[in-house]
Design a protein around this ligand. Sequence first.
Ligand SMILES: [Zn+2]
Length: 525
Amino acid sequence: MIDLLVRGGLLVDGTGAPPRAADIAVDDDRVVAVAPEITDEAYTVIDAAGLVVTPGFVDIHTHSDLTLLSSPQAPSALTQGTTTQIVGNCGLGVAPRTPEADLDEIRASAAYLDLDPDVRVDWTTIGGYLDTLRSARPALNVLTLVPHGPVRASAVGFDARPATAPEIGAMVGLVAEGLQDGAAGLSTGLVYSPVCFAEEDELVALGRTVAAHDRLFAWHVRDYTDHLLESVAQCLRVARATGCRTQVSHLAAVGRRNWGRVEQALEMVDDARHDGLDVGVDIYPYLAGNAPLAQAVPAELQAGGDEALRERLDDPATVRALFAEWADRAVGWDETLVSWLPGSADSGLLGRTVTDIAATRGESPDEVVLDLLRRYGSSALAVYFGRDAHDLERVLRHPATVVASDGLALDPTGPTGRGTPHPRCYGCFPRYLSEYGRADLAAAVRRCTSAPARRVGLTDRGTVEAGAVADLVVLDLATLRDTATFEDPHQLSTGIRDVVVSGRLALRDGRLTGMRAGQVVALGS
Ligand SMILES: [Zn+2]
């Protein structure tokens, strides 16, 4: 008797090979056989006749670091077919940090992913985080990157200045320790405080550390609006200087006046790849992003951390200068939707554009944003439109692109189910496969499975073959689609019928089974 048999489906195996009829035998957490017909007896049989079987989706760009502790069941992710998430992206996170570092300020700087105040942060290392996550028993597999934010906060604090040589040495030490603890790489986020104060020598030193461990360096580059190309150029310069495996995160040109520039950015990526550098790209299939509203504030005003930012916004001269800068924003306030504010006092504002809120209040949009920043600092989140459908298609077609949600694992019935988060949290992969993937399903599935798995150094996931970990999705192409919208995002996708995580059925007939068999993966161990 084997544990599980998936019978009669059309297998799209994640390698890019054409779909073929195949049965799949699973024992414990591994695929043990893939063949046109398997006649073994099994404890559980999944009839996949008329359905498509794929590897589970590997989401290499998420921010579920803390929400997986609040909601280890991860319904928003499982119901879209995700079986592995990589957290620790965009430089945002709470560890690794030194014991002396200011945890409150670090949590404030990572407010984007810190949605449930009841989650206690009592680890300081990547190893401690992975242990905490193991105790929470997540329903999907998890890897983490080392986020640059808490590393810099530990070595330099929130000062707006370059790091000294000893401080860079301290950061290298923290990053190396995180990689030795099993992190899949390092992430930076050069728009967010305190990482926005990092200069290139710091990034090169950290890149060398990543290269020495043969891990991935993921970049939320300094700017995706008017300075996109210089920002991608910096990322590629560091890749050249260090030789480290590099990921340009969520590549997009934001703001109408910048549309079309992804073409040049992709050419730069092509040049680097042509020169032998291992550079990849990821993107989510939507025409809007999601970030703290504080992203609209220039780096120098963020010096000293969140509290200092909020105080500075009481100074009339500062506010005048800020409003003058905002007059020339790449993304208008009418394209900016308030998506999350802590507490419930202002829940009536969620899901509305800044312009709309301003009209109701009889204020200017700038005044509305100022008010929200003064009261909520980095915890105020927004969805930003202003992107081009052709740009998105260009990025999605590029050979180095993988699909990644940039979302968070959320639970519509729990503390993370509030507000109007980006619908990618619920619908990224069904949306991509149903809207962009039908013409060449095998290639599309590869971009969601083996391609991202290899980017982060996972060799035994992302394909369906004997010996691989049994992460599987059984889906119905006829009903596959995302239902989460910007107005009403807490909606589960349809068409993902069964999901197997590490050999166990986590979703059956579209319903969560309660099984939480996700593996917390430490690389190199
Ligand atoms: Zn991100």
